[in-house]
Design a protein. Structure first.
Length: 72
């Protein structure tokens, strides 16, 4: 059972891993982009679902540097 609980992540842990706000993780869950489960009041994400989400989201050559604002 302990191995099973290590496989489940709280949304806060997913946010820490992905370095985004928890609200962003909630958006991914709400829109169905990130699979989750809710065995009570807390929403949990399987580590395998997070890894699949990240690999599916990975694109090569699409990261652009932020545009610098011109000083006027």
């Amino acid at each position: 059972m302990l191995a099973m609980t290590n496989d489940l992540l709280f949304l806060e842990e997913v946010a820490d891993i992905t370095r985004v706000p928890v609200s962003c993780v909630r958006f991914w869950v709400r829109t169905g982009k990130l699979r989750s489960l809710k065995p009570g009041r807390r929403v949990l994400v399987r580590r395998a679902a997070l890894e699949k989400f990240l690999s599916d989201s990975e694109r090569t050559g699409t990261i652009k540097p932020p545009e610098q604002e011109e000083a006027t």
